[in-house]
Write a protein that binds this ligand. Structure first.
Ligand SMILES: NC(=O)c1ccc[n+]([C@@H]2O[C@H](COP(=O)([O-])OP(=O)(O)OC[C@H]3O[C@@H](n4cnc5c(N)ncnc54)[C@H](OP(=O)(O)O)[C@@H]3O)[C@@H](O)[C@H]2O)c1
Length: 305
């Protein structure tokens, strides 16, 4: 492990502990800022910055995936319910055919939708087929659904054993008890929890809780979500930190996620924004700036689900 990685990890732990969100941080996965990855509890390395595909059409998803890979992103986040897995697959193949990436260099996440939970084995196969890949790097259950999410998770466990999925995890579990309900009835520890997380809703309680399983937090709506981004971009604390670094508010928020230990997947259908969102590796928020961002917490979610 490099000196920079150790410093980054110490910094993340320091920030988390000072934010009161992680008591001991014993199991919280360490971000490697040189490799731009984190080692999941499944043993696989996952990029810590990716591009999200929510609300994009199939053809927008194809272009955004291609532009993202061209800009240096190596993680793409889609879902069955977005209706654009096929476009993501096309964008991936376009980038591979142009020699920009190999399949092995790209980390693809998709999500199993709740209405498929009773038929999880088929749902995995259908996502593989729409994406046009032999394996999916990470599949997560899109939402908690106590009536049959354990059944769906067990289908993903079978797919891991068959080599169809590499890592598996959860999304939209907002109570520690709910997370434990599923973990206590299944075998593979969730590699990741994807919840709405941003400076106004920092997910401290869940992050603290999942650390004991070595599960990493991934932020959805990292910029506040479509229609809400100006609220965060124009926040005086965020915009003044941005001005101090000569960066945009979007870049400061993305950098905050990474330094706080959240995998970050901003969504975009705009090539210039995609390039900008990846250009966050040449500056660092100071401890004081991180503390100012932490102080923005107000337990405010932008989504109502
Ligand atoms: N698990 C879940 O239930 C769940 C729910 C929601 C989202 N997600 C995942 O999380 C990802 C991120 O969430 P999101 O896409 O909904 O919201 P978001 O990333 O918080 O915000 C997306 C918005 O930010 C804008 N944007 C991106 N980069 C920008 C930049 N540099 N400057 C100005 N505007 C910028 C985009 O507009 P442009 O298109 O014009 O760039 C879009 O309007 C999704 O794409 C999806 O993969 C998961």
């Amino acid at each position: 492990m490099s000196k920079k990685t150790i410093l980054s990890a110490a910094f993340v732990m320091c920030v988390l502990i000072s934010a009161g969100s992680v008591s001991a941080a014993e199991g919280y996965p360490v971000f490697d800022f040189e490799q731009k990855t984190v080692r999941l509890n499944s043993g696989y390395d996952m990029p810590i910055l990716g591009l999200g595909m929510f609300a994009l059409s199939d053809s927008q998803a194809e272009n955004s995936t291609y532009w993202a890979l061209k800009a240096g992103f190596r993680l793409i986040d889609t879902a069955r319910i977005y209706g654009n897995e096929t476009g993501v697959g096309r964008g991936l193949r376009r980038a591979i055919s142009e020699g920009i990436v190999t399949r092995e260099e790209v980390f693809i996440t998709t999500k199993m939708w709740t209405s498929d939970f009773g038929n999880g084995d088929a749902a995995v196969d259908a996502s593989l087929s729409r994406l046009g890949v032999d394996y999916i790097d990470l599949m997560i259950l899109h939402h908690s659904q106590p009536s049959n999410d354990v059944q769906a998770y067990q289908a993903m466990e079978r797919a891991v054993a068959k080599g169809k999925l590499r890592s598996i995890g959860l999304s939209n579990f907002y109570e520690p008890e709910d997370f434990d309900r599923l973990v206590n009835q299944t075998t593979i520890r969730p590699a990741l929890l994807q919840n709405e997380t941003h400076p106004y809703h920092q997910s401290g309680v869940m992050k603290d809780h999942i650390a004991r399983y070595g599960t990493v937090m991934e932020s959805w709506f990292p910029l506040g979500g479509r229609g809400n981004t100006q609220t965060l971009f124009n926040d005086p604390t965020i915009s003044s930190i941005a001005a101090a670094h000569g960066k945009s508010s979007a870049q400061v928020i993305i950098r905050w996620h990474l330094q706080a230990g959240n995998i970050c997947i901003p969504g975009s259908s705009n090539e210039q924004h995609i390039i900008e969102d990846h250009d966050v590796w040449d500056f660092e928020l100071s401890g004081e700036e991180m503390a100012e961002m932490t102080a923005l917490e107000r337990d405010r979610r932008f989504a109502d689900y």
